[in-house]
Design a protein around this ligand. Sequence first.
Ligand code: HEC
Ligand code: HEC
Length: 213
Amino acid sequence: MKNTTSLVTSLCAGILMIVLAAATASAGTITELVSDCEHCHDKDGASKEAGIPIIGGFSAQYIINSFQAYQDEARPCKEVKYISGPDKGETSDMCKAVKNLTEGEISQLADHFASRPFVRASQPFDAALAEKGRNVHALQCNKCHEDSGSSPDDDAGILAGQWMQYMEEQYADYAAGKRDMPKKMKVKMDKLSEDDTRALVHYYGSFQGPGQD
Ligand code: HEC
Ligand code: HEC
């Protein structure tokens, strides 16, 4: 009887250790994954590189959708250099970053970056173009990108305060059909002249301080 009890006790202890080890291992992995992201997107996803988007403060759903799009190759993976960390200076891209992630890891990463603030970029913009862009946005885009494109709640990214270079690249990808977009957004985008899209980029770039809208 005594032996059985001690067997059960050590079995339980063994199982507990395995469970604890598994919990620690996954916590460790998430921290490692987050730092890999931050070696490109910077601390809390507040990127300081004009070609790498700010991702902190996006909705978790939008981040999950983006990962899906990269995994399905529904949007191109631009190659960039790691800005910090052990691979600093080496080239990689989003396809590689998301390739081996499990659903659980994706949802933890999404929650992590969604809980961080969206820190708007400081960048030069043309005030007259921004003013023109304001009108285009109000007419064509605000319905889905509410509050001047500053609300994470519409699961469509955050446009106000995003890096202008990144935005220009996205418009080029959309126009060339390299990145999928919602059908109703395409209807609006197709109406825009090149001047309109340029104006929109300056409009979104004009959002710099917190609370401006
Ligand atoms: C090698 C650098 C690099 C690494 C590592 C990296 N990213 Fe990215 N990420 C980019 C670049 C560049 C883009 C823009 C690509 C494009 O044009 O579609 C991007 C795009 C994104 C987007 C879409 C942004 C938007 O506005 O649609 C999300 C979300 C994102 N990354 C999250 C992450 C997360 C989370 C990780 C860690 C698992 C990560 N990234 C790792 C460079 C990187
Ligand atoms: C019918 C709703 C709808 C309309 C109208 C719309 N969008 Fe979008 N937009 C979306 C959704 C949804 C996404 C996210 C798609 C995805 O997950 O890839 C998006 C994504 C984007 C992105 C990518 C954001 C990023 O971080 O990479 C840009 C840029 C954008 N929209 C600009 C515009 C502009 C400019 C207009 C007006 C001309 C517009 N959209 C009109 C729904 C819309």
